[in-house]
Write a protein that binds this ligand. Structure first.
Ligand code: GLY
Ligand code: MN
Ligand code: MN
Length: 452
């Protein structure tokens, strides 16, 4: 598979776009809704949530467009609220979802959509309003027009019908917090649905895994393109531009987080994202990037030698980080915790550092956590005490940072927990020193030298 990707890239790009890892066949644009919604999968998510709640009404707002002038320059730069997207799959702003879970009656699902405004659509494009289109696209049979008091009324009605509490999404940045506070201060039994939704989001279903696979495949190709382009004299932002251009070319919606491209001294700064330095021969550059696709993000790190060849010292540190990562990935399986994986990493480094880091082992230069959950957010929701289960996705990202030597190495892969172990989703990005050097040297041979 990787040979196909590399070959595609070396031939100048277009073939890579047709590689089996990242199909770029156009996805039909649906007015106002985003991409086609897998109706059954989203119905199953809502049903799971209502089953877990038992009785109650669950009210989930969509995100609101940001305020033009005050927050952003262009008002159609919009990202859907993760919880709303998780339950509907649509990208319509200012919508609401109301679920009535009832122990002894039928569950009820209602989507409230703002009516379309022709004047506004001149600026932001066609929206999805209440009507037949919305029913067909979402698979939700009750789609009603949103009016300012419709949600209050739906919440009250849902409570009466279900005989249970009012659940809603309570988190700090929620722009609907005033309304939620009003509900709470009116004496209603208002509860937070976020912990339950987070626990559902932690175990990815097929739709979530498919989105992540695509985000990660795009990211692996972007990183691979970066490896082929990197050379002494290039600025970090130029390397960033090569990678991000590839992301967009392959259909990424946006970045999951600001790209980290840190060379030389910056390779030892964990979240350096200024990316302004000119890279010098003999240095390493840490590239930590993630494309977002269908509201899911990848998070992949590779460390490259700017000149295309690792020095002996760099290679030794790199190989220790890589072997540590492999020991951890070997240990990933259902039943293990992220804490236990961290201990595997620290123990491996302690046992295999030799005198690479002077007195003591290299673990004291591994200055961050090993893993985090990955999904709709780069540091995704989920309790870190949970044991791994099939369908969970996490990063494995050991590193060693030696500021006195301007030498930092991090290797980060995205791993899906399977029934028996782990699948490395990001395996498409070259990872060993041999693979990286081979790619960089092939690219050097096929590029004019010196050009930035
Ligand atoms: N890219 C941020 C992180 O690895 O956590
Ligand atoms: Mn990470
Ligand atoms: Mn990362």
């Amino acid at each position: 598979m990787r040979r196909f990707v590399l070959l595609g890239f070396l031939l100048g790009g277009p073939l890579a776009a047709q590689s089996p890892t990242v199909p770029v066949a156009p996805v039909p644009e649906l007015p106002g809704a985003g991409r086609p919604v897998d109706i059954d999968a989203y119905r199953a998510r809502r049903a799971r949530l209502m089953e877990r709640v038992g009785s109650g009404v669950i009210v989930v707002p969509a995100a609101h467009p940001r305020d033009l002038e005050a927050e952003v320059l262009q008002d159609n730069h919009f990202r859907q609220d993760d919880y709303f997207f998780y339950l509907t799959g649509i990208e319509t702003p200012n919508a609401w979802l109301v679920l009535v879970a009832s122990m002894d009656g039928e569950d009820e699902v209602t989507l409230y959509l703002p009516r379309r405004e022709r004047g506004m659509e001149q600026w932001t494009g066609r929206g999805l309003g209440p009507g037949e289109d919305a029913v067909r696209l979402t698979g939700i049979q009750r789609v009603l027009p949103y009016a300012p008091d419709s949600i209050d009324r739906a919440a009250a009605r849902g409570r009466r019908r279900s005989g249970g509490p009012l659940y809603t999404v309570m988190y700090v940045a929620n722009r609907d917090n005033d309304r939620i506070r009003r509900w709470a201060s009116s004496g209603q039994d208002v509860r937070n649905i976020v912990p339950l939704l987070d626990s559902l989001r932690t175990i990815k279903d097929e739709v979530g895994i498919a989105a992540l696979r695509r985000a990660v495949a795009i990211t692996a190709e972007g990183v691979t393109a970066g490896m082929s382009a990197a050379h002494p004299g290039m600025y970090e932002y130029q390397l960033e531009a090569v990678i991000e251009a590839r992301f967009r070319h392959l259909g990424a919606d946006r970045l999951g987080f600001p790209s980290i491209v840190g060379s030389g001294p910056n390779s030892t700064v964990l979240h350096y994202d200024m990316n302004r330095r000119q890279m010098q021969a003999g240095e390493l550059v840490v590239v930590d990037v993630g494309a977002e696709y269908a509201q899911h993000t990848a998070d992949v790190t590779r460390t490259l030698p700017v000149s295309g060849r690792f020095t002996e010292r760099q290679r030794a540190i790199y190989d220790l980080v890589l072997a540590t990562q492999e020991a951890v990935i070997e240990a990933v399986k259902p039943g293990v915790t992220i804490g236990e994986l961290g201990s595997v990493a620290r123990r491996y480094m302690a046992d295999h550092s030799g005198n690479l880091c002077g007195e003591g082992d290299c673990g004291r230069y591994f200055v961050h956590g090993l893993s985090h959950w990955l999904g709709m957010r780069v540091h995704d929701v989920g309790d870190y005490r949970m044991v791994l289960e099939p369908g969970m996705v996490l990063t494995i990202e050991p590193g060693i940072y030696l500021p006195e030597e301007n030498l930092g190495v991090r290797i980060e892969d995205d791993v899906l927990v399977t029934q028996t172990g782990a699948e490395i989703l990001s395996a498409g990005a070259p990872r060993t020193t041999t693979e990286i050097e081979r790619l960089m040297q092939l690219a050097e041979g096929s590029q004019p030298t010196g050009g930035n």
